[in-house]
Write a new protein. Structure first.
Length: 134
């Protein structure tokens, strides 16, 4: 990085203005043009939340026998926690919120079709927490 900057200064005489022909925009800051890998569309964290929510929707669609395995780690409701976080991301808005909202809507429809309303759900929770998973 800094070698390039020094080479530019050596190629011009002292006191001369460095023009765009001698220096690119990223060279002017002394960093490479792309210091990190390109971002994914939704980010790694968001993709993980979407995967968790989709995994729970698929398990519920398979029915109660497929949902209950006896393993507390497998039978957990991590998808519901992921859906809580996705809702916060959607409410925050922005371009990412809109992209996430479109993907979540399709999963929400499938989840509603595969579950039944629960009368004992907590008041402050989202609608997805007011559903029976069987």
């Amino acid at each position: 990085m800094s070698e390039n900057r020094y080479a530019i200064h050596q190629s011009t005489s002292p006191g001369r203005h460095v023009t765009a022909q001698h220096m690119t925009r990223s060279d002017s800051r002394g960093i490479s043009a792309r210091p990190r890998a390109a971002r994914r569309t939704n980010g790694v964290w968001t993709e993980g939340l979407l995967d968790d929510w989709e995994h729970l929707v698929k398990r519920v669609e398979r029915g109660p026998a497929a949902h209950v395995t006896g393993c507390p780690q497998c039978d957990g409701d991590d998808g519901l926690n992921a859906r809580d976080q996705l809702e916060a991301l959607i409410r925050r808005g922005g371009r990412r919120g809109l992209r996430v909202s479109k993907r979540v809507q399709a999963l929400d429809e499938r989840f509603r079709a595969a579950t039944t309303p629960s009368p004992f759900a907590p008041e402050a929770a989202g609608w997805w927490r007011h559903r029976n998973l069987d």
